[in-house]
Each structure stands twice: as C-alpha cells, then as structure tokens.
Design a protein around this ligand. Structure first.
Ligand code: NAD
Length: 435
C-alpha cells in the first residue's frame, strides 16, 4: 500500500506545509541496491575511554573509509566499552556532542558497550546508561538516521553485526540493543554471498514479508525452499519461479509438517529455518470465540515450537544452523483486539530466549525479529486511522518495507552471526509502542 504522505512530504509544497504545521517529516530511507550497496561517506571512529582491541581492524573491513575526523560522516562508531563509572559517561558526551549535527542524512550512529558486570554495580550503571542514551539519541536524530547500542566482549564476533548496522540494509532498524556473545565465529567465504552453500526454508513465503525474506536469502547465495498453505499454491509457485526457489505447499500446522519438510529436502539438511508464517484473527477478548484464539496460537506459536523441536530432533537442522522466528511489537507492547496475536508473538520471544542456550553447543543460534508497522497485505487491511498512526508513531515517521525485515533476517542467518543468539531485534523504525 502506497504511503502517499511520505511522497507528499518529499515535494516542495509538502515540505513547506509539514514545517509550517509541525507535522512529521519522514525522510526517504536509503536502502540497499546493487548499485548502492554501501553508505556513502566516512566512518568516524571515536573512542570514549580505552579502545577495544581489534576494533580498528574490523571497522577497516566494513568497506567505509575509517577516519578520526570528518566534516560529514556517513556513520559514527563510538567505542564506549571501557566506560566503567557514571563519571566516565562524560567521555561519551564529549565524543559525540561535537559531531552529532554533522552526521549525513540516513546516517548511522553505533555505540559499542561492554556486557553488564554482575559484580561491579558502577560498571553496570554506566553501561546500562548507554541504553537510555542511545534510545534517546535515536529519537533526536531525524533525517532518516539511526542509533544502536551493541554490547560486545571482543571485536571479531561483532563483524557481521557491524557490517549490517553500518550499511543501508539496516535502514528501518533503530534504537536497538544487540548483545554479542564471544562465540567462535566463522566468517563467510564471501561477504557478498554469505549464504552460498546453505539451504534455507522460509514459511509463509508466497507473498509479503516471507517472499521478501526468501528473495534476500537467494540474493545472499542460499538455496531456498518457500513454504505456504496449499490454498496459496498458485502464488507460491509464482514466487518460487521468480526467485529460482523450490515451492513446498504445506500447512505448517499439519501434524506431519516437519516430516514432510525433511522429505522435501531429500538427503540434504537445513542450515536456515525462518518461521515467518503468521495470521491475525482480531477481536476483543470478550467477543473472541475459542476457534479464533486457537487458530492464531496454532499457526503463530505452536507450529513454530513443534516443527523446530522435530527438525532439531531428527537432525534435519544441521550443526551451526540459524533459526529466526517472527515476533511483533504487538507481542511486546500488546494491542487492543489482539490478545491472541500478541500472546502468540510474546510466546516467540520466550521460545528464542530459552531455546538459544539449549542448542548453543551445536553452534545453532535462535533469534527473533519483531517487525513494527510493515507495508504488506496484512497492514493494508488495518482501518485507515490506525494505519496512519502505525506509520507515523516511530522515530523515522514511516512504515517499513518487507525488505527491511528480510535484511535483518539475512544478517541473523549469516554464518558470521554466531555470536548473536537469544536476541529479539525490532524492525520498527524505533516505534513508540512498547519502547
Ligand atoms: P501476510 O499475510 O502477507 O503473509 C503471511 C503468509 O503466511 C501468507 O502467505 C499466508 O498464506 C502464510 N500462512 C498463514 N498460515 C499458514 C500456515 N498454516 N502454513 C503455512 N503458511 C501460512 O503477512 P505479512 O505481513 O507478510 O507477515 C509475515 C509475518 O510477519 C507474520 O508472522 C506476521 O505476524 C509478522 N508481522 C507482520 C507485521 C506487518 O506489519 N506486516 C508486523 C509484525 C509482525
């Protein structure tokens, strides 16, 4: 569905009116294209106190020219990993205060923090402070720019995450706190095709976000299976043909769904499992019959738990596999008329957090993406007033596109993202809901 307001505010009269009336002025976000795969400009590397060993090397591989001074940086990385006291936070202010205004449109600010100490409350206070700092900065930046906090123990495990956050691929991700474990990380053979040689399955991928995820995984080199309900077989086949993927018409709630997936893969296993299929059956609880409740829980949560269990148990999910499930900001903030949907999506968050440590010894990661307002058939069906509010109530003042969720999923699916597990990453333009 076209965002007419976004187009209008891009015109001269639109700019005039939004300024005069104090209306939200969304910037046109710069997303990844083959012609413009990187941000255009310098990467300003600032250090608040002590530098993190190896960080300069990792930043030098992001493809952006790294500098200690720039009149108009496309991105700024502030190394605040050494801040151990509240007074030490002054160094973060001192680093960013003089440059924040000069960041280019659609720029990136990434603050690097350390894991919170369990026995040093001064360090924990200072490092937790960075979270409030970054979330506020994301709300101030405007002009399509974003701010994130990455907590990490060492630089190499963060390479895939920094590459993602410092690229146009993360256009609609802002105000996020991402924790990176010190796992042994395998760098992909090629950062341009990090999923080459990997097999992926995307559920609910005949259309919408799922089709965009499948397309992005194909772009990144994966062999992709697209799965959707048999009633959507025509659309699914069209998507499969367009992408060079394999169609698997199957209701994911079928009791034998996992077996049929394993059969469809032949003797090959699965490296990437994307649980994207989802439905809404909205009604206030007082008006919601049991069937509407259970159909949503069955598709959005129960099938995710049972197919994941079965594919892990059968060994179809290989060592080092990546599992990404789809939550929603409704599962974080709650939403009137969506007790069933929000319950199912909050359940996804519980699932990824608990399952991640259980499968870590097999090198498998489990994460969730939590989309905000994304322009799809699902949100086109939302009543006009609520739809407009959903679009504007975020720091970027616009809805996201399916590709924004797809790029985030592809980063989590990368072999280089082995240090990212048990995380929930919101793709919501820093929505005010549940923030
Ligand atoms: P969509 O309705 O366009 O696509 C969902 C797909 O899932 C459809 O093709 C549908 O046929 C398929 N599906 C439904 N039940 C299935 C089943 N039992 N087995 C197999 N496939 C099934 O929706 P979308 O907007 O692309 O959403 C994709 C995911 O993102 C969903 O999980 C949704 O809850 C989530 N999400 C979307 C938004 C948004 O703004 N669009 C926001 C938050 C979360």
């Amino acid at each position: 569905m076209a965002d007419r307001y976004l187009h209008f505010t891009g015109t001269a009269p639109g700019r005039f009116l939004t300024k005069r009336l104090g209306l939200p002025a969304p910037a046109e976000l710069r997303r990844w294209t083959p012609e413009h795969p990187a941000l255009e400009g310098d990467l300003l590397h600032l250090t608040a106190t002590e530098p993190l060993p190896g960080l300069a090397d990792v930043l030098s591989r992001t493809g952006l020219p790294v500098t200690a001074e720039s009149a108009r940086p496309a991105a700024v990385v502030v190394d605040a990993t050494g801040v151990e006291t509240p007074a030490g936070l002054a160094a973060v202010h001192a680093a960013l205060h003089p440059v924040v205004r000069s960041v280019a449109d659609c720029g990136r600010i990434v603050v690097l923090g350390a894991p919170l100490s369990a026995d040093d409350h001064h360090q924990a206070a200072a490092q937790q402070a960075l979270e409030g700092f970054v979330r506020s900065l994301g709300k101030e930046l405007g002009r399509g720019s974003t701010a994130q906090l990455v907590r990490l123990g060492s630089a190499p495990a963060a390479e895939s995450t920094l590459r993602f956050l410092l690229s146009p691929k993360s256009a609609y991700v802002s105000g996020q706190v991402i924790e990176i474990k010190d796992a042994e990380v395998t760098a992909p053979g090629s950062w341009d095709r990090p999923l080459a040689g990997r097999t992926a399955l995307v559920t609910g991928s005949a259309r919408g976000i799922g089709a965009a995820v499948a397309e992005t995984l194909v772009r990144d080199g994966a062999e992709v299976y697209v799965l959707d309900i048999p009633q959507s077989e025509e659309e699914l086949t069209r998507t499969a043909v367009r992408l060079g993927a394999t169609a698997l018409p199957l209701d994911i709630t079928a009791p034998d769904a996992a077996d049929r997936i394993t059969q469809a893969l032949g003797h090959g296993g699965l490296d990437i499992l994307i649980h994207n299929a989802g439905i809404t059956r909205d009604r206030k609880l007082a008006n919601m019959p049991g069937e509407r409740w259970s159909s949503v829980i069955d598709v959005n949560l129960d099938s995710v738990v049972t197919t994941t269990d079965a594919l892990l148990k059968s060994g179809t999910l290989r060592e080092g596999a990546r599992i990404v499930a789809t939550a929603s900001i409704a599962g974080i903030a709650g939403n009137a008329g969506q007790t069933n949907y929000a319950a199912s999506k909050a359940g996804i968050i519980g699932l990824v957090r608990a399952l991640a440590p259980q499968v870590a010894d097999r090198g498998i990661t489990v994460n969730a993406v939590a989309p905000g307002f994304i322009e799809t058939k699902m949100t086109a069906a939302v009543p006009l007033f609520i739809r407009e509010a959903g679009r504007r109530m975020n720091s970027l003042a616009q809805g996201g596109l399916p590709v924004d969720v797809a790029e985030t999923t592809a980063w989590l699916a990368s072999p280089g993202s082995g240090g990212v597990t048990g995380q929930v990453v919101r793709v919501c333009g820093q929505s005010l809901l549940g923030a």
